[in-house]
Every structure is written in C-alpha cells, then in structure tokens.
Design a binder for this molecule. Structure first.
Ligand code: URA
Length: 210
C-alpha cells in the first residue's frame, strides 16, 4: 500500500508543475510547452538532462526524441524503465534552436528542479552531460558551475553529495545526445552504466505505481 506521505509526493509534484507553469520564466514565450518531467514520482533514481529539444517542446515531455531513444536503451540495459525512474531537465522550457542555456536562465529555472528533487528525495541522481553535472558539482550555485570539471573528467565517477539537506549519490554520465555524434563514446558509456547498475542492484530502486 502506498503511504499517505508518498501519495502527497505525486500531488505535490503536480502542484509544483502548475506553479511553474504560472511563473514568468525566461524562454517561456518562445516555447510551445513546458517540459517539466516524466516517470515515477516515487523513484529512488533521477536522470537529469539539460533542456528540451524540438520534439520535447512539441510533446511537453523530456527525452522523447533521438537522445530519448538512447536514454531508453541505457535504462533498459540496467533493467530500468520509466516506471522506475524520474526524468527531467535543468531548464523547463526549450532554448531557441537548442542553444546552450545561459547562466541567468539556469538561475531562474533551477529552483523548480530543486523543488522536484526535494519532493522525490532520490538516492541517486544521474546527471546527463556537462550542464547538469556542473550544476550538482557546484552544489546548485550557478556562479560556481564554470569552475567545475567537465563531463569527460568525471563521467562514471560516483560521488556522494549533500544537496539541500539530502544525501545523494551523483553519477555523471555522458549526455545521450553526445553518442549520436560521437560513436567512440559508446564503450565508455556502457562502462559507466555498470556504475549505475551497481546502484540499481544494491538498492530498492522502485516503488512502482503501476
Ligand atoms: N536533451 C536533454 O537534455 N533533454 C531533453 O529532454 C531532450 C534532449
């Protein structure tokens, strides 16, 4: 049986999304839809990317395009699926032409990500690519992101972090879009997934809703 505290998690996430939609965030005007998150609000593992692309913007869901197909494969390879994880992005709206996020945009959008994390209380966060990884390595301080090591230095290296009073294991991974263009990353990616698999096997990852 799902306890009442956990039922609250789902309700609270819905409320956060509704409030986020009302907020006057940068990039809102040029976007088609908010891309807030998908998956299981009771998950113990979150995957966090950068920002929506064209397909995500049109459908209002993260990782539904080509990068999403790679992410699905990655999840399947370690016995995970949408029923067992929660997936979101640093930014909640697509930057025009998929340009890189600006520091002020990250500052404006990430309070919503932090609210999501506080509700879900994941044990593990897999940060996908440079922006998400640097955000967590910087402890959420956007001004310190630039000083953080890039994904090529830290991929696959699990690190225990304190984030808004939560103890979380951060596992930086290459962005699933990167391997579309850089096929030589695939073996590294597969090796990094062993680190994720260890976490998945070692903890009770899901409390499925379905
Ligand atoms: N890339 C991301 O970082 N997020 C998405 O949702 C899609 C592509």
């Amino acid at each position: 049986m799902i306890e009442s505290e956990e039922l609250d998690k789902e309700k609270k996430l819905k409320e956060i999304k509704e409030n986020c939609m009302k907020a006057n965030l940068p990039l809102k005007e040029s976007a088609t839809n908010i891309v807030f998150g998908k998956g299981n609000p009771y998950a113990e593992i979150m995957f966090i990317g950068e920002a929506a692309g064209m397909n995500e913007d049109l459908r209002g869901l993260p990782f539904v395009g080509a990068a999403g197909k790679n992410l699905d494969k990655l999840l399947n390879s370690v016995g995970l699926s949408l029923e067992k994880v929660y997936i979101t992005n640093i930014l909640k709206y697509r930057p025009p032409l998929n340009r890189d996020p600006l520091p002020d945009e990250i500052k404006a959008h990430t309070p919503w990500l932090i609210e999501q994390i506080k509700q879900i209380r994941p044990k593990v966060i897999c940060s996908l690519g440079n922006y998400a990884t640097k955000f967590f390595l910087a402890g959420g301080n956007v001004d310190l992101m630039e000083k953080q090591p890039g994904i090529t230095m830290v991929h696959g290296k699990a690190k225990l972090i304190e984030f808004h009073e939560l103890k979380i294991k951060l596992i930086p991974l290459f962005h699933p879009a990167a391997i579309i263009y850089k096929r030589d990353l695939i073996p590294l990616w597969e090796k990094d997934m062993e680190v994720v698999k260890k976490e998945v096997d070692g903890s009770k990852v899901q409390k499925t809703l379905f």
